[in-house]
Design a protein around this ligand. Structure first.
Ligand SMILES: C[S@@+](CC[C@H](N)C(=O)[O-])C[C@H]1O[C@@H](n2cnc3c(N)ncnc32)[C@H](O)[C@@H]1O
Length: 249
């Protein structure tokens, strides 16, 4: 190995990545043939970089949100999932969207841009600072009129917000995932979509952990397939796993 490559290979980000993956792998209870310690996310980072490299550069508002996200180490869904949310909302002609766990509005902005005139995205977050930032970003994007930001608990807000939704996007704390699915699926119109992020939970679904969040993600993923007459679902191995279900009746 040429010494000039060493600093790159030993960069803090790479060492952190390796330490995290090795730790997860060591905790796995299930060993699959061919599974290696670095394979705990569906796509390897080089593939993700390739796909994201195909996308046109983000507009200034999304770019600024990505910059703020990186600066604060805030877990945004990123452009790959953002584009998929946008595409799904366009595909079903969504007008009314509910988001559980909005942060400062990055995924919500991808969704809002897919809606027709008069469409609305109901955002929820317990942190008032996120609400303030989201309002600013939506105004700058010229979409302030589509944003309904509710500060407070996402599931309580869903319960007191009347009406049906075309799409519900779930990105709350993972221990609430089973409840979020249970309470949002009946709120979808027939043909509406339930979408949930982090359903592969950084590989922990493979049996490496028995903490509360992982147990909840596992229960949520099982529940996705319990009543196919009502919700027909799949899990896409995009980024950290995106579940998509369509309400049938
Ligand atoms: C993963 S971040 C959301 C990121 C966002 N979907 C995006 O990509 O732009 C999760 C956010 O949900 C909020 N949150 C988690 N559980 C919540 C709950 N039960 N009620 C309200 N907000 C919640 C957290 O404050 C955090 O800002």
């Amino acid at each position: 190995m040429a010494p000039k490559h060493l600093p790159h290979l030993l960069s803090p980000a790479r060492l952190r990545f390796a330490a995290r993956r090795l730790g997860q792998y060591a905790r796995l209870k299930v060993r699959e043939p061919g599974l290696r310690w670095w394979m705990l996310t569906p796509a390897n980072p080089a593939m993700t970089r390739y796909v994201e490299g195909l996308f046109p550069p983000p507009d200034p508002v999304l770019a600024e949100m990505e910059r703020v996200g990186a600066e604060r180490r805030f877990p945004l869904v990123g452009p790959e999932v953002g584009r998929l949310l946008h595409l799904l909302a366009l595909a079903i002609g969504a007008r009314r969207v509910f988001e559980l766990g909005s942060g400062f509005g990055y995924s919500a902005l991808w969704l809002a841009r897919a809606l027709p005139e008069g469409g609305e995205v109901h955002c929820t977050d317990s942190d008032p600072e996120n609400a303030r930032l989201a309002r600013g970003f939506f105004e700058r994007a010229g979409l302030g009129g589509r944003l309904r930001f509710h500060e407070g608990d996402a599931l309580e807000t869903l319960a007191r917000t009347p009406g049906e939704f075309d799409l519900v996007f779930n990105d709350v704390d993972k221990h609430d995932y089973p409840r979020a699915l249970r309470e949002s699926a009946p709120r979808l119109r027939p043909g509406g979509l339930y979408v949930a992020d982090n359903t592969l939970w950084h590989g922990r679904v493979l049996g490496g952990a028995s903490d509360r969040d992982t147990e909840a993600v596992l229960a949520h993923n099982r529940a996705l397939f319990e009543d196919e007459g009502s919700l027909f679902s799949t899990v896409l191995p995009v980024r950290d796993g995106l579940a998509v279900g369509i309400r049938r009746s």
